[in-house]
Design a protein around this ligand. Structure first.
Ligand SMILES: CC(C)(COP(=O)(O)OP(=O)(O)OC[C@H]1O[C@@H](n2cnc3c(N)ncnc32)[C@H](O)[C@@H]1OP(=O)(O)O)[C@@H](O)C(=O)NCCC(=O)NCCS
Length: 161
């Protein structure tokens, strides 16, 4: 499995995963804005030429925010989400992030387990955050640790058009 910057060529694969994963999925232009804009980083995990998962995050000063993370339903439970989350956290740390935040649905225990196992802790709640069903978001926070990348595995940096 290889992790690399997301490009427009990945959009079909990414949208298939997005629409299978979320009731109110992002639109294509939202992915394009994040992958080509100056603030965010968008990466994909690729196996056998297919995108299996993606992650989108941004760092502002020392604060990182995980904005989107999903694994293809057919590839879940194989450690791909965890690898991509670890990668995202390390990349945020190397971009200067000291803390990372995210919102997760109160009922999404699978994702919460993933985040807990990666060192996130619940630190708040946003009432009625999700517009489709009025569900609360749990806000989770992790302290980021800088990591030294092995040769040949350096973070790809921000994707450029
Ligand atoms: C959450 C998600 C990204 C996890 O991706 P994944 O590739 O299946 O995750 P992994 O195989 O790396 O599993 C990592 C951890 O997640 C948790 N997890 C994974 N599948 C689980 C399941 N069926 N039940 C409970 N916990 C589960 C476990 O803590 C697991 O760690 P472990 O294997 O050491 O027990 C994936 O389920 C997904 O895309 N869900 C829909 C989109 C979503 O909810 N994104 C998060 C938005 S906040």
């Amino acid at each position: 499995m290889r992790i690399r910057p997301m490009t427009r060529d990945d959009l079909d694969d990414v949208l298939e995963i997005e629409n299978a994963s979320f009731p109110m999925g992002w639109l294509p232009e939202m992915f394009i804005a994040e992958m080509e804009g100056p603030i965010s980083t968008a990466v994909v995990a690729v196996e056998d030429g297919k995108v299996k998962a993606y992650s989108i995050y941004r760092v502002v000063v020392d604060e990182a925010h995980l904005m989107n993370l999903a694994t293809h339903p057919g590839a879940r439970g194989r450690g791909i989400g965890r690898k991509l989350l670890d990668y995202s956290m390390s990349d945020c740390a190397s971009q200067g992030g000291a803390f990372m935040f995210l919102e997760v649905r109160e009922t999404n225990t699978v994702a919460q387990n993933l985040y807990l196992s990666a060192g996130f802790r619940p630190m708040g709640r946003r009432k009625g955050y999700y517009q489709d069903n009025g569900e609360d978001a749990i806000v989770m926070e992790a302290r980021l640790r800088r990591r030294t990348w092995a040769a040949g595995h350096a973070p790809p940096g921000r994707p450029r058009p």
